[in-house]
Design a protein around this ligand. Structure first.
Ligand SMILES: [Fe+2]
Length: 431
């Protein structure tokens, strides 16, 4: 019987996706104006959630304008950016005859901006037309400087952007990842100074996005060798730095450690792939607009436990990276110790342990203590009944990240994982 190649080896050919130029470290944000000028910016659209109360937008706008570059502000990006946020930004860009983009914030700001660039390069076609892999027909985007104020997304250096498509069935909104080499920014700026004021819950939740970005490529089916070292180092930095960054926001080592972990982890998944931590996260965000990092944190221990039987050795490496002394342990014992360490970290940084525990009150607040104002403002808290688990599972199976998961994913195998994320007790995983 003939065997199809893709039946024995899902990803026979790997592809390296390049990173943009980057400036990292204390003070990097100070030279944004000079960099914008050197890149030829004349009138830039600044895309952001607003970061109200931080003063960051006002400060960086001043630095850009000081170099003679005009700034047009679009500060209405929502958490889990929606297609209409992107298209509003495109409209403003075209109306003001801008020639360049700046995004300031976390993944929502960068992703909305990347989507807007792709749309602008195609005469304002709807961003949803570019869902998928390398859908850009015109790779000549306007230039884009991305400045991070969180440590999680890595979008400032990756080829991915994630958008919620609200044009589908309103009861079943669809959140997708677009992977597009044309969306890669022109310059990434990661300055820990801008991350000092990141609120406690955002810092914790974004930190688990980093742990997901690092651990998923380390066990992925893609098994992309150049990603493995970066993945482990990002796990190590996260295990060392996240608690300090969360609980002592002015701790430079903690903030800088997480900033580098974000940057390195994104470079690991950029070509090394993701898995169903992200697929579950996208599904729950699509239905409930919960924070991407929060979703990842809740999904991570369950997905690690699910994948462990096909990757004990890799999880044993993760244990070591998390600071566990694995001498005298079998690979299985070490892998289980990694799982326990992830749960300890989740509890140490104060993240809810299952989706039904996430209430609208527990959604992240901005720097002024204001809750999110979003498309889903009147959405129910997470239901978690059988029908809810079914629809989340079906969204997971259609996600672009799912094929990279190391363990085969079917409705029957994934549904219990989703159900545990929604309703289960983390202590079950430790027994
Ligand atoms: Fe992520």
């Amino acid at each position: 019987m003939a065997i199809e190649l893709n039946q024995i080896w899902d990803f026979p050919i790997k592809e390296f996706h390049p990173f943009p130029r980057a400036l990292l470290g204390v003070g990097a944000h100070d030279i944004i104006g000079v960099e914008a000028k050197n890149l030829g910016f004349k009138r830039a659209l600044l895309v952001t959630t607003g970061l109200r109360g931080s003063g960051i937008i006002e400060e960086l706008t001043g630095k850009i304008e000081y170099q003679g570059v005009e700034v047009v502000l679009y500060d209405k990006v929502e958490s889990n950016p929606k297609d209409y946020n992107v298209m509003d930004a495109v409209g403003l860009y075209q109306q003001n005859e801008c020639d360049s983009f700046v995004s300031i914030g976390g993944g929502s700001s960068h992703d909305a901006c990347k989507g807007a660039r792709v749309s602008v390069a195609h005469d304002g076609r709807n961003v949803n037309e570019f869902e998928g892999f390398n859908k850009s027909e015109n790779p000549q985007n306007p230039p884009h400087i991305a400045v991070s104020t969180t440590a999680g997304t890595g979008s400032e250096t990756s080829w991915a952007y994630v958008i919620t498509d609200t044009t589908t069935d309103p009861d079943n909104p669809h959140k997708y990842v677009a992977f597009d080499d044309a969306s890669v920014t022109s310059l990434a700026i990661d300055d820990p100074v801008l991350y000092y004021d990141c609120p406690v819950d955002y810092t914790a939740q974004c930190g688990f996005d980093v742990l997901a970005h690092a651990s998923e490529p380390y066990v992925s089916r893609l098994n992309f060798q150049p990603s493995l070292g970066n993945a482990l180092h990002a796990i190590k930095l996260t295990a060392q730095s996240l608690r300090a960054a969360v609980w002592n926001g002015q701790d430079l080592a903690g903030r800088e450690g997480m900033m580098y972990a974000q940057y390195i982890a994104a470079q690991a998944f950029n070509s090394g792939g993701l898995g169903i931590i992200h697929s579950i996260s996208h599904a729950v965000s699509a239905f409930y607009d919960t924070h991407h990092g929060l979703n990842n944190a809740i999904a991570l221990p369950r997905v690690w436990a699910f994948n462990m039987p096909v990757a004990y050795e890799r999880f044993a490496d993760i244990a070591e990276a998390m600071g566990i002394d694995t001498h005298g342990m079998t690979k299985v014992q070490a892998a289980e110790a990694a799982l326990a360490a992830s749960i300890r970290l989740l509890r140490d940084v104060g993240i809810p342990e299952r989706f039904v525990d996430v209430t609208r009150d527990s959604y992240s607040k901005n720097r002024l203590g204001q809750g999110p104002t979003t498309y889903y403002e009147n959405a129910p808290t997470i239901v978690g009944d059988a029908a809810d688990v079914d629809r989340i599972t079906n969204h997971v199976l259609g996600d672009a990240c799912t094929p990279g998961n190391p363990k085969e994913c079917t409705f029957e195998t994934v549904r219990p994982v989703v159900d545990h994320c929604v309703n289960g007790d983390l202590d079950d995983l430790l027994s």
